[in-house]
Design a protein around this ligand. Structure first.
Ligand code: NAI
Ligand code: MG
Length: 332
């Protein structure tokens, strides 16, 4: 049965990875009706709105959004559209699975870490104020409600997936009230999931442990900022941002995107690795009940990576996006 989804075509490498992903989805028999909209910085310059009203209306109808990255100006200009979307649609659980692929050689083996990042508050709430010309305040907001629901999501996932351990990452030694509450709630809720080991770690140590001994981690649950930083780190363990997908789930809406940004340094060169985005699309297919199409795509990608002769430059190869995608299409 055909399913209607909303698609946002963003900036930089966004259009490059989107067009080929839609080709692969079609070839895999995903049977999607896509309502596609241009969004982001380029759209803003052309038409004065980051997201056209019709694009919001589409998402509010389909409740499923596949989205490529958007360029956000640094230190000035409009606020991050990604942060805005996550808040507007209450997409509170940002799930980022970093799994080693046996065909991609890195210094690490058998990495399988899923980060659950709180997606709606913390320093990303955007509560910033100039106190004087020389003093700026940025307020960190942590609430019981948002902490509980991300921690519950992490434990529920661990149970459903038969995972053994959830690690709560925080800085409660310094931020005793905000991070202290997050950690307390973690251990309160952990009692409801006795089959899963619950443990906690301070964020700076976690950064070191992830590099020195990453195989000790299973599921990580953490606040917004730490999750943003540590999940990029986990991508580095498995071969880089070209391989890390994500879902952003709320109770009513779901958004799927790669963890990476618009990669302006390689945009337009035809060498972007579409795998992270393609795997995000697979997470979307699984979310809407199209497991078969997702498995076909995952098998085709694995076969191309295992074959090894067609790899994009970020993975040490020389293939263009097009050549890599053609190899996947051939396997399909
Ligand atoms: P980035 O993730 O775009 O790039 C970091 C590095 O990884 C670059 O060297 C890039 O070439 C490489 N890279 C990223 N994705 C790749 C891929 N698919 N294939 C091959 N190489 C890849 O991070 P950066 O440069 O810090 O941010 C660029 C812009 O993206 C900024 O405006 C930022 O705000 C935005 N951004 C948007 C996100 C989103 O829309 N969800 C997420 C992260 C950043
Ligand atoms: Mg990030």
């Amino acid at each position: 049965m055909s399913t209607t989804i909303t698609v946002f075509r963003g900036d930089g490498i966004g259009p490059e990875i989107l067009d080929v992903t839609l080709e692969i989805l079609e070839a895999a028999g995903a049977d999607l009706a896509c309502e596609i909209f241009d969004v982001g910085a380029a759209e803003y310059e052309a038409h004065g709105a980051l997201v056209p009203d019709a694009a919001y209306a589409s998402f509010e109808k389909t409740h499923v959004l596949l989205k490529t990255p958007i360029t956000t100006p640094v230190g000035k200009g409009f606020r991050s559209l990604n942060v805005m979307l996550r808040k507007k649609y209450d997409l509170y659980a940002n799930i980022r699975p970093a799994k080693s692929n046996p065909a991609v050689k890195t210094r690490y083996q058998d990495i399988d870490i899923v980060t659950f990042r709180e997606n709606t508050e913390d320093l990303y709430a955007g509560v910033e104020e100039m106190i004087s010309e020389d003093e700026a305040h940025s307020i960190k907001i942590i609430t019981r409600k948002c902490s509980e629901r991300i921690i519950r999501a992490a434990f529920a996932y661990a149970v459903a997936q038969g995972r053994k351990k959830v690690t709560c990452v925080h800085k409660a030694n310094i931020m005793k009230l905000s991070d202290g509450m997050f950690r307390d709630i973690f251990y309160e809720l952990a009692k409801e999931y006795p089959q899963v080991e619950a443990t906690d770690m301070i964020v700076d140590n976690t950064a070191m442990q992830l590099v020195m001994n990453p195989n000790q981690f299973d599921v990580i649950v953490t606040e917004n900022l730490y999750g943003d930083i540590l999940s990029d780190l986990t991508s580095g363990l498995i071969g880089g941002l070209g391989l890390l997908p994500s879902s952003n789930l709320g109770d009513d809406y779901a958004m799927f995107e790669a963890v990476h940004g618009s990669a302006p340094d390689i945009a337009g060169k035809g060498i972007a690795n579409p795998t992270a985005f393609l795997w995000s699309a697979c997470m979307m297919l699984e979310h809407i009940g199209k497991q078969d199409a997702a498995s076909r795509i995952r098998r085709a990608v694995d076969a191309v990576l295992a074959d090894g002769s067609v790899k994009t430059p970020d993975l040490g190869g020389q293939a263009s996006t097009r050549e890599y995608v053609d190899a996947i299409l051939a396997k399909l």
